[in-house]
Design a protein around this ligand. Sequence first.
Ligand code: NDP
Ligand code: MG
Length: 382
Amino acid sequence: MKKIAVLGSTGSIGTQTLEVVRANSDIKVVSLAAGSNIQLLEKQIREFKPVIACVFNEEKAKELKERVADLSVKIVSGMDGLVETAIVEEAEIVVTAVVGMIGIRPTIAAMEAGKDIALANKETLVTAGHIIMPLSKSKQVKILPVDSEHSAIFQCLNGEDKREIQRILLTASGGPFRGKTREEMRSIRVEDALKHPNWAMGRKITIDSSTMVNKGLEVMEAKWLFGVEFEDVEVVVQPQSIIHSMVEFSDGAVMAQMGTPDMKLPIQYALYYPHRRHLDGKRLDFSALSQITFEAPDMVNFPGLRLAYEVGKTGGSAPTVFNAANEMAVSLFLNKKIGYLDITDIIEQAVEEITLIKNPTLKEILDTEQATYEFIKGRWSD
Ligand code: NDP
Ligand code: MG
C-alpha cells in the first residue's frame, strides 16, 4: 500500500490527485491540507479517512474540528499544522499542490523527514531550488514532477544519460491572448483572462498562463529539475497542447511526450514512477487530428517570459522577487485593484527595486518575499 499526503487537496491538482487515488486500490491518503475550504475538506476527510488534516485558517480549523468530532482525525492549523501534515510518519510521498511560496517550508520539512515529493507547487522550486535540489541529493529523496511539461521531459529522459541533453524544448499553448499586442491586451478583464483554451486549472495559474509568467516559472523549474543552463531551455509555442514537451539529445534525436491534456496522467506517473498503469480518459486520435503547429514565443508582448529568463540568469533572490511580485500582482488583478498589464509592470519594477541577495538562506527568501510585498503595497494597493 502506497501512503501519500496531499497538501492543497481542495484545489485543481489536489482534487485530481484524489481522483487518481479513487481509481486505484493500492494507495492510501494519510494526510490532507487546505487553506480555508472546510466544506470540501470535510467531505474528503469522511471519504479518505486521513490520520491528520490541516486548515491553514485558524477559525475555519476550529469549525472543522467541531464538524468532524465524531471521527478520530487530528485537525491542525497554520504553518505549524501544514508542516505537521507534510511530515506525518505514515506518508511516503507528499503531493505538494498548494499554490504559491507557502509551499516552501512544508516541502523542505517533508524532504528532511525523508519523504519523496510529487511536486506541483513550482513556486517552491523557483524560489528555493538552490536549497531543494541539494537537499534531495543529501536526503536521497525523489522530486517527481507533476507539472505536465516537466513530467513530459522526465518521461523523455527515461533510460537516458542526462549529460547527453542538448536542449529542453518546453512547450507552451501561448494562452488565450496569443497573437495579441500589449495595446490590445490593455482592457482585458478578469473573466477574459480566466478562460484557458486547453486546460482547466486554479485561478492563479490560469492568469499566469495568460501572461506567460507560468512558462517563465516553468523555465526556472526545468533548470532546477534537470540541471541544465537557461541557454539550453527553449520555449516552443504549440497551441494545441498535444506535445507536452520534448528533449533534444547530442546526436540530434528529439523525444516528445504526447497525449490529450489531462493532469491525471502526470499525477499518476509521479505517484507510481517508474511504473505505468491504466488511466481512464480520452486518447489521442491521430486520424482526427488535423494539425500540430509550432511558433516562437512572443517575448515583446509577453514580457513576463523575457523577465523570467533574466531573473533566472541573475539567480540568488531575483527569482523570489519575480515570483512574489507576480503572486501579489495576480491577487490584486483578481480582486480588480489593478489592470491586466500592471501585472508584468509590477514584476519588472519590483525586480529592479529589491536588493539582490546572492545565495539566500530560507529566512532571506522569506524576507525577500515580504520586502517585495511591502514595495508593491506602498505603490499599488490601498
Ligand atoms: P488551486 O488554487 O486550484 O488550489 C490551491 C490549493 O492550495 C487549494 O487546496 C487551497 O485550499 C490550498 N491552499 C491555498 N493556500 C493555502 C495555505 N495557506 N495552506 C494550505 N493550503 C492552501 O491551485 P492549483 O491546483 O491550480 O495549483 C496548485 C499548484 O500546482 C500551483 O503551484 C500551480 O502552479 C501548480 N500546477 C497546477 C496545474 C493545474 O493544472 N492546476 C498544472 C501544473 C502545476 P482552499 O481551497 O481551501 O483555498
Ligand atoms: Mg505546466
